[in-house]
Every structure is written in C-alpha cells, then in structure tokens.
Design a binder for this molecule. Structure first.
Ligand code: PLP
Length: 485
C-alpha cells in the first residue's frame, strides 16, 4: 500500500464548492448572452482595469472564488463586441450559447486529438464528413480542423507545393528547386495567403498578384498572360488560388473557369472560402461557388459564418497522399502501436502543423447535431437578406452612397451629403466609424475601394435583425450631419 498523497489543489478538496461556483458561472454566461443586445456594442477598457490586468504573477493564488470575481469585474464587461447583434466589422462570427457550453465539455474531456484512440477522433471524422456534405465537396477528401482560415490556407498551399513542386520538396527543401515556384492569386486575396507563401519559402517574389475586374473578380486574361510570361522566364507555375468571398467586398472569382484553367495549365487549384464557401448551402446562392467542388484544396472558417466559438476552421485536400506527404515525419514517440490508445496515433497530426490538438471538433459537432443543417441554411439566407435590405436602404438614401455591388453578405457604402467635396469624404467617414464604435452604437469596419474610404458591413451574425441595420443607417446620418455642422 502506498501512502495516501495529499490532494493537489488543482482538484478541489471540496468538489461541491467548485461545483456551485461552476453553476454560477453557467448562470452568468447565459444571463450575459440573453441580454447582450441591451449593452453597448463596445466600450473601451478603463485605465484602472488595464492597470489591474498588468499586475505581476501572484506567488500565492487568490483562489477560484476570488479569481472569478476578478473576471466578472475586469474581463467580462469589456469584450471586443462580436457577440453583439450590431457587430459587423472585419469577418467575425457571433458564437453561440451551446458552443460555449461545448467548449467547457471539450476542456473537461481534454483529449489530444492527434489521432489517439477514443471518441474524439470519430467526432472529428464525422464533423469533416458533415462539412464536406454541406459544401458539396467529396466526402472522401482528407480533412483537418484547424485554428481558422489562415492555418487552413497554409495547410492547403503546403500540400499544393509538395504535390506540384516537381522535385522532392519535403526532403531537399526549397533551395534545391530547379526553377522558381510561382503561385497566383488576385489582388483582393486575404493576406493569410501572402503569409503562407512566405512561410513556405515561396516568398513575395514567387507570389503573383493578379489584377481584378471592376467586380473584384480575378482577371482571367491577365492570369493566363502572367502564367505564360512566367513559363517563358523559366519559372515553375505551381498553383492558383480562387476566392469564394473576398474579405473586402465578398466577391467570388469565377471558380469554374479557374478550375478549368488550372487543369489546362497543370496547376493545383486552391480555394479560400473563409466565409463565402457557405453560399453552397443555399440553392439560391450556390451558383456563386460553382466550381469550388473541383478544387484540389479548400480552406474555410467555422468561427465566422458557422458562428462556432473562435477558434475553428477547416481544410480539405482532395488527394490525401499529397496532404500527408506535406506533413508526415518520422519520430519514435509517434510511432503507432499495434493496439490500445496508440493505433494510428498521428492520423490527424500528419495532416497539419500541430501534434497535440484540442477537441475543437466537439463544439462543431454539438452545434450541427443540435441545430441541424436547416438552421445554418436559414442563417446564411437570412444574413444575405439583411445585406440586401441595407443595400436597398443605402441606394435609396439621398446622403448615402453604395460603393460596390452587394454580392452576398458584405455591403460597402459611405456618407456623402450634398455639398461636401470629394477630398473631404474619406476623413468624414473615418470619423463616423470611430464615433459609431466609441458611442457603442454599431461596429462596422472599413475598406478602401478604388482609393475611397468605405464603411464596410459584413454580416456573419445570427443575432442581427433588420431593425439593427436600420439603426446603423440612422446613426451614420446623425453622426455625419453633426460632424459636417
Ligand atoms: C478571415 C479570412 C481569412 C483568415 O481566416 P482566420 O480565421 O482569420 O485565420 C482568410 N481568408 C478570408 C477571405 C477571410 O475572410
């Protein structure tokens, strides 16, 4: 008999006390979300709170009760705003109450989903098949849940390079490339693609930024000409990136034409569908993503339009062998066992960068299981309807100007009253946006279109209503009028 060890404080001496604290946490979570619309969208973190959050690590802990009280005072009241019904900045999802609870459950099980045997790997497998079905992508594709779209783009492009480099890239490294590898994407492409290409050794010099048409779609003639010029110059064209929903305006490249072009040129076809890929779930919107199903790899987010709590994204690679070749390495500590927990122990870890991987599949799985595909279809459809509503209101308003055609869920416009000269409009709209945030009214972000500053509303929010968008329009014109006067 070994002597009884003193209990470590990480497990409570009195489970009932921590249990009741946990119950209070859940009550506070639900209370917060239930009333979120009554709060300002955003308010700045007060200086005294920042000061308290800058204190040194305590040698002796304050205890769970006091730590939670500090959270309630200094952390909970000052979020970034994206769970609020009038947040439409950048591309952020609203999260869900069930998703928050699922995060607690996932942390409770705390598995490593590298591939170890247990229910979590089957949950991730199921989630990946469900997502493939939702998006109309082959369900046999090799998939992986990742932190978000940036990592998904990285993984897809890593597979592209290994598959099409024309030499043993994993073994020899980029320094052995007989020709410079070149990848193609439109100027509207998200900067996570730029970053992936830097990390993959392609660099800015191997990244061709192809101009767009007046509808912000990749210019196919320019793309073809650039590929031809690269071949003439002795470079090695590897892949083309298509956008399903650009971050600036929500534009869709002609994915079907890109798939054909890529096939003709022997290029890998990668699609960045961060939020726009989900146009596939609605028959009325699906024509926008025609050709996406032909992609060699597809990156998309779950924490944006699928409103899964941050972080969650996913990537599919059609050819599983290319996917694994990019990431598989040998190591004794990860050699699979013939039985037990360690059978196929790196099944997921050899599809991406992480070895130890969290159970992010659970929040996705529980959400899809509980709400069903139809709820997501109606979210996507409803957000697109809201965008069209805002488009109509702006178009019919004498002092507002729509700056791009509204394709999906992104509306770009500006305040433009009679009598304000063009050179002053950028600054006026910049100030309107800051006031919208600082008064806690609404949170669009901005973009620059043809040199003009635009208020940008990107709706990936299950809490927004028509009234919220009408309130934005009222506030923009009120603030604009005041600023002009
Ligand atoms: C948000 C976004 C990304 C990056 O995704 P993260 O989840 O922020 O890493 C990539 N592409 C597009 C089009 C995006 O909107």
């Amino acid at each position: 008999m070994s002597p009884a060890l003193p209990p470590h404080p990480f497990d409570p001496a009195d489970w009932d006390t921590l249990r009741s604290l946990g119950h209070r946490m859940v009550d506070d979570m639900m209370g917060h979300l239930e009333k979120i619309g009554d709060q300002p969208v955003w308010s700045p973190v007060p200086a005294d709170v920042v000061a308290r959050l800058s204190q040194p690590l305590p040698e002796k802990g304050v205890g769970a009760e006091q730590a939670y009280a500090t959270f309630l005072r200094d952390v909970f009241p000052y979020p970034v705003g994206n769970i609020h019904p009038r947040f439409w900045g950048w591309v952020n999802g609203s999260g869900t109450p069930l998703g928050a609870l699922a995060e607690m459950l996932a942390a409770t099980m705390n598995p490593n989903v590298a591939g170890h045997q247990g229910s979590p790997r089957h949950v991730e497998d199921q989630v990946l098949v469900w997502l493939a079905e939702l998006l109309g992508y082959p369900r046999e594709a090799s998939g992986l849940l990742v932190s978000g779209g940036s990592m998904a783009n990285f993984v897809g492009l890593a597979a592209a390079l290994v598959d099409r480099a024309g030499f043993d890239l994993p073994g020899q490294g980029m320094i052995s490339a007989p020709k410079r590898p070149v990848l193609y994407a439109s100027t509207e492409t998200h900067f996570s693609v730029d970053r992936a290409l830097r990390l993959l050794g392609v660099g800015d010099a191997g990244h061709r930024r192809i101009p767009v048409t007046d509808r912000f779609q990749i210019d196919l003639a320019a793309l073809r000409a650039t590929i031809a010029a690269d071949r003439n110059a002795g470079h090695h064209p590897v892949a083309v990136v298509g956008n399903a929903g650009t971050v600036g305006t929500g534009a869709f490249d002609d994915l079907d034409a890109l798939a054909t072009l890529a096939a003709d040129e022997g290029l890998w076809f990668h699609v960045d569908g961060a939020f726009g890929a989900f146009a596939a779930v609605d028959p009325g919107l699906a024509p926008l993503v025609r050709g996406m199903e032909r992609a060699d790899s597809l990156a998309f987010d779950l924490h944006k339009w699928m409103v899964v709590p941050i972080e969650a994204g996913a990537v599919f690679v059609r050819n599983g062998e290319s996917h694994r070749r990019a990431f598989r390495v040998a190591g004794d500590y990860v050699t699979s066992m013939e039985g037990g927990i360690g059978v196929d122990v790196t099944a997921f870890a050899e599809r991406g960068v992480q070895l130890t991987r969290g159970f992010r599949a659970l929040k996705v799985w529980m959400s899809l299981l509980a709400h069903g595909a139809e709820a997501y279809r109606s979210l996507i459809r409803g957000n697109v309807k809201l965008a069209r509503h805002l488009d109509l209101v702006v178009s019919g308003h004498p002092s507002l100007e729509l700056l791009t055609p509204t394709v999906l869920n992104v509306v770009c416009f500006r305040y433009r009253p009679e009598g304000v000269p063009e050179p002053d409009l950028d600054d006026l709209n910049r100030r309107i946006l800051v006031r919208l945030h600082e008064e806690g009214i609404a949170a669009p972000s901005y973009t620059t279109l043809g040199g003009r500053y635009a208020l940008r509303v990107c709706i990936t929010n299950h809490r927004s209503t028509t009234a919220d968008l009408d309130a934005l329009v009222v506030a923009v014109t009120r603030l604009g009028t005041a600023l002009v006067a």
